[in-house]
Design a binder for this molecule. Sequence first.
Ligand code: IPE
Ligand code: IPE
Ligand code: MG
Length: 249
Amino acid sequence: MTPKPVVLPKLPTDLDQNRLPQHVAVIMDGNGRWAKQRGLPRIMGHQRGVDALKGLLRCCDDWGIPALTAYAFSTENWGRPLEEVEFLMTLFERVLRRELQEMMAENVQIRFVGNLSSLPPSLQTEISRSMADTCHNTGIQFTIATNYGGRQEIVQACQAIARRVQQGQLQPEQIDESLLEQHLYTQGLVHPDLLIRTSGEMRISNFLLWQLAYAEIYVTPTLWPDFDRTAFHQALLAYQQRERRFGKI
Ligand code: IPE
Ligand code: IPE
Ligand code: MG
């Protein structure tokens, strides 16, 4: 991360500190459109998207939001042109290598979720390093969903549970929500209270299907590279207007 920008790190006074989401999830969408609007190749949008993510991570940290999860690459994104996929994989690796030291210094706890074993080996190495180096950090929990699909996550959890049943360690009747939770990639993380999707699309696109069951959803037309502190502030204001009922009245 670059040095702290000259902005007041304090929580805006119109936000209630006691009603902040404890976990924000974000579908960082619209990089391609951002680039297209400027006559640039799509990859430039991804490049700028990294800066937006760094800004949001810092903002969550400054404002006291303890967990942030970002959707970086879906299991469906392999269907994009090879050139774009390769660029993204290289970008992830480069950014991780470049930012790790600073995230370490800022006490960030990094976790990658998704089917990591099919990522390029050199990226897997950086991922393992970043998770191992930061696992004892006590600051913000920063999760990056890479080669992530909500359906795939649930399927792999089912397979793991089925293996335990097959080995006689578990009875089918013992399978409940909490057991399934323990086999998800996000095990140990609180569920997101707020899901933000940029660029106006009103869909979840296979993100955190289980974990978002009761999240408040906020969609903004802002394209991801333009999503800054002001935009996040608006999202939090909208969140604090919501009445969360969880099925009750
Ligand atoms: C999101 O931006 C980033 C990834 C999916 C990696 P897009 O690349 O989907 O941008 P649009 O939706 O085409 O504008
Ligand atoms: C969702 O965006 C995935 C990420 C942001 C990584 P997409 O651009 O892939 O989603 P769709 O295709 O519009 O549903
Ligand atoms: Mg998109």
